[in-house]
Design a protein around this ligand. Structure first.
Ligand code: E4P
Length: 216
């Protein structure tokens, strides 16, 4: 499973990219809105220049025609842009048009397996099932990853699964086990994956023993 970061913040992207971990970035209108004083297109251009992998930029229009117009503008910003469209009939229509035009797509706001299948059949490059938001309403987000991965495998569908709306390290481990190709993870959760108290304790013990060695 590959790592994407789910943010529009350049400092967060730069820090994780420098670790050599990053295969891509996802943004959404809420994440971009948090970034003050920068235009949407400029920020997407900056992110795309920083990270060579896929950078998802989401359309705002609700009709297919508007999505296609916006998506073409976004795709023209850099060669690694993926156009993110919502899981609606218009979104799927736009996804199909982008697929025919060779523009990569990420169908977002996927909450059941049928939605993922529809998106894959429309030629989506990626589908984004939202784990945390399903858990929030008492449904099993991780079970959705299993279902989508199984369906895509049975039918030989090449669309990649991005486990999205990740809230904790268990989501990450389980998404990997259940066959997500990618997890898009908020900065805080991603950095948290490094830590274990026994790692810290182990380093402390090694350094203590080293400084107390007889021939020091
Ligand atoms: C995915 O691409 C979305 O931007 C994101 O994962 C949504 O996460 P949230 O439910 O924490 O807002």
């Amino acid at each position: 499973m590959k790592f994407f970061i789910d943010t529009a913040n350049l400092d967060e992207i730069r820090e994780v990219h420098e670790l050599g971990l990053l295969s891509g970035v996802t943004t959404n209108p809420s994440l971009v809105a948090k970034e003050q004083g920068v235009s949407f297109h400029d920020r997407i251009r900056e992110i795309a220049a920083l990270v060579p992998g896929s950078v998802s930029a989401e359309v705002i229009s609700l009709d297919a025609e508007g999505m296609i117009r916006e998506g073409k503008e976004l795709a023209a910003l850099a060669q690694n842009i993926t156009v993110k469209v919502p899981m609606t009939p218009d979104g799927i229509k736009a996804c199909h048009a982008f697929s025919k035009a060779g523009i990569k797509t990420n169908v977002t706001l996927i909450f059941n397996a049928n939605q993922a299948l529809l998106a894959a059949r429309a030629g989506a490059t990626y589908v984004s099932p939202f784990l945390g938001r399903l858990d929030d309403i008492g449904q099993n987000g991780l079970e959705l990853i299993t279902q989508v991965a199984d369906i895509f495998a049975v039918h030989g569908l090449e669309t990649e699964i991005i486990a999205a709306s990740i809230r904790n390290p268990i989501h990450v481990t389980e998404a990997a086990l259940r066959g997500a190709h990618i997890a898009t993870i908020p900065y805080k959760v991603l950095i948290g994956l490094f830590h274990h108290p026994l790692t810290d304790k182990g380093i402390e013990g090694f350094l203590k023993d080293w400084s107390n060695r007889k021939n020091a």
